[in-house]
Ligand binder design. Structure first.
Ligand SMILES: Cc1cc2nc3c(=O)[nH]c(=O)nc-3n(C[C@H](O)[C@H](O)[C@H](O)COP(=O)(O)OP(=O)(O)OC[C@H]3O[C@@H](n4cnc5c(N)ncnc54)[C@H](O)[C@@H]3O)c2cc1C
Length: 357
């Protein structure tokens, strides 16, 4: 249960760290409740959870467990659970999860696969969102992956999956999946969006498979700009970070896309000076041409990369609210996981969600 314990601990940390921002807790846990439908969670199970939590508190806190302390925990947890139940009820119009068939599986090197997947029921999402995937090889284990681009004409969705190690969902999707296999998708979610404002000056910053999110956002921008004349298009810079040139993939698509879009500049960022972290190198490239204070930046990639680039951009004068990314794991960064990889992310590795799935 170590894996689930680590996820649960993250959820508690999230609650503790956001107690002064109840509206954020409500938004996150409403989404979490919608998401938990795919796991078959029912309201009655939350009551059992609360009883178990109080018992665990009494056992672990021993003499320090006062009635007041227990009540404080119960109030905090009930606040989250109420939002989860509301989220689940509000999502009753959609399936708890989407059955889908893999229609294509293309390996780009030994550790990365581009999958095309056809959901059996309509799956609606916005550009920049991600969804949890479950492979038939690993039932009940869900991991988030960005949806790359708009759905194809046949309704196919595209995912880019980098294998991070043995035994996980990424390995199942990269090495043990082929066309014709079934997978399941959770509901779409995510914070990355172009927004309603005019495109303005926009920095898109991705590391490795974070490109999938940017591919979707670029396609959306393209759709918005098409009716407008060229000179009205805002300037868009895409910074694409990777360990080395050989880690960059989908380059043919990107080169073709950039060639006929004068509003777009693509900056691949690989390597770096000796001693400099790969993410610092990317951050330096991004801040060298940071958007003006009215510009915006959208980031997708491992939490450590997102933290490094966000810090660099805000230090360089971009208001924090102009930098958008998906939630980062809550709590102390050295929270141990079963495989020891819940700590600071190394290059190429995304970490799990900020809250349990
Ligand atoms: C918002 C977001 C978007 C992302 N988008 C992408 C993307 O587009 N492309 C991409 O490649 N990655 C993406 N990721 C990362 C992705 O979600 C996974 O974290 C990554 O693929 C590694 O998952 P994994 O299961 O292979 O490895 P891990 O999560 O590191 O798991 C590794 C080990 O844990 C064990 N394990 C896993 N589940 C359980 C369990 N329930 N019980 C016990 N043991 C378990 C496995 O056996 C395995 O050995 C994204 C992450 C986030 C947060």
């Amino acid at each position: 249960m170590a894996f689930q314990q680590a996820h649960l601990a993250r959820a508690f940390w999230y609650l503790l760290e956001h107690l002064d921002r109840p509206e954020e807790i409500t938004a996150t846990f409403t989404q979490l409740g919608r998401d938990h439908r795919k796991l078959g969670v029912r309201p009655a199970q939350y009551a059992a959870f609360e009883t178990a939590l109080c018992e665990a508190l009494r056992i672990r806190a021993g003499e320090h467990c006062t009635g007041e302390l227990e009540q404080a925990w119960v109030r905090m947890v009930r606040f989250g659970i109420t939002a989860m139940v509301q989220g689940a009820e509000a999502a009753l119009h959609e399936p708890p999860c989407w059955e889908a068939t893999v229609t294509a599986h293309r390996l780009c090197g030994s550790d990365l696969a581009v999958l095309r997947v056809r959901p059996h029921e309509t799956f609606r999402y916005r550009a920049g969102q991600y969804t949890a995937l479950e492979s038939a090889c690993l039932p009940h284990t869900w991991r988030p992956y960005y949806l790359a681009g708009e759905p194809g004409r046949d309704g196919d969705l595209e995912f880019h999956v980098r294998r991070t190690g043995p035994g996980g969902v990424s390995e199942a999707l990269v090495r043990h999946t082929t066309a014709g296999d079934r997978i399941r998708l959770g509901p779409p979610k995510g914070n990355l969006a172009i927004g309603e404002e005019p495109a303005g000056e926009l920095h898109l910053v991705a590391w490795d498979t974070g490109w999938a999110a940017m591919k979707a956002l670029l396609q959306e921008l393209e759709g918005r700009l098409r009716p407008a004349s060229e000179h009205r298009a805002g300037r868009v810079r895409l910074f694409l970070g990777a360990d080395g040139l050989s880690s960059l993939y989908d380059t043919e698509y990107l080169t073709g896309f950039e060639r006929s879009r004068p509003w777009l500049t693509v900056v691949p960022v690989t390597g770096g000076t000796p001693g400099e972290g790969a993410y610092d190198h990317l951050a330096r490239a991004v801040t060298r041409s940071r958007p003006s204070a009215v510009g915006r930046a959208l980031l997708a990639g491992p939490p450590a990369m997102v933290q490094t680039v966000t810090a660099a951009l805000t230090r360089a004068g971009l208001p924090a609210e102009h930098v958008r990314h998906d939630p980062l794991p809550a709590g102390p960064r050295d929270l141990p996981g079963p495989t020891g990889n819940f700590g600071p992310a190394g290059p190429r590795m995304f970490q799990g969600q900020s809250v349990p799935a």
